[in-house]
Design a protein around this ligand. Structure first.
Ligand SMILES: [Zn+2]
Length: 193
């Protein structure tokens, strides 16, 4: 699955314009009382229902024998679905930092778990006033990953985490192409030994 579907040029262009002009108000989406929050060490996952969270959890599957996350997770027994999910997301975040060799001091990344494709498109339109043709995106204003809980892959989430880490690592926002290359690199090397 290529990065183009995750972050096509037009989306990244819109994203860059938003960074410069400060057009977006991503906080609005999170102010509804409808959202619940799962805090992890590195992220704040906002979701609408436990079923959405369960779907997200089921999608974050590293598979047997893949990279060191398995060892990390075995070392941290989880007593609940929420605990297990938090461990997996944090292990993925650490893996992204390791691949990029970037360990910025930063606050938690917000993961906005949208209910479905329609919800994702509505949020995209609210922010960018344009139709949505992508599966996920990261917005540095609000340090937020927008993702559809019914359409999650580990690689997509890692890709967007890569944007968050590189944006926070550099004093100035990286050039759009560089940021994209780093995130594609994360996806490509996620399961390397
Ligand atoms: Zn991207």
């Amino acid at each position: 699955m290529g990065w183009k579907r995750s972050c096509p040029k037009i989306a990244c262009f819109v994203w860059a314009v938003v960074q410069v002009l400060g057009l977006a108000s991503p906080a609005l989406a999170a102010q509804s009382d409808d959202w619940s929050i799962l805090e992890t060490q590195y992220t704040r996952i906002q979701y609408l229902s436990r079923e959405d969270l369960r779907r997200f959890n089921a999608s974050i599957d590293y598979g047997p024998g893949r990279w060191s996350a398995k060892r990390v997770l075995q070392a941290k027994p989880s007593t609940s679905m929420e605990d297990g999910l938090a461990n997996k997301v944090d292990a993925l975040f650490e893996r992204v930092q390791e691949i990029l060799d970037m360990h910025p001091q930063m606050g938690k990344v917000r993961i906005l778990l949208l209910h479905d494709k329609k919800h994702l498109a509505a949020e995209y339109h609210r922010l960018f006033k344009a139709p949505c043709h992508i599966r996920s995106w990261y917005l540095h204003i609000g340090s937020t990953i927008y993702i559809n809980c019914k359409d999650v892959r580990v690689g997509i989430l890692a890709h967007e985490m890569g944007h968050a880490v590189s944006e926070h690592f550099l004093v100035f926002s990286p050039p759009r192409v560089s940021a994209e290359v780093w995130s594609v690199y994360v996806e490509a090397h996620l399961f390397d030994d």
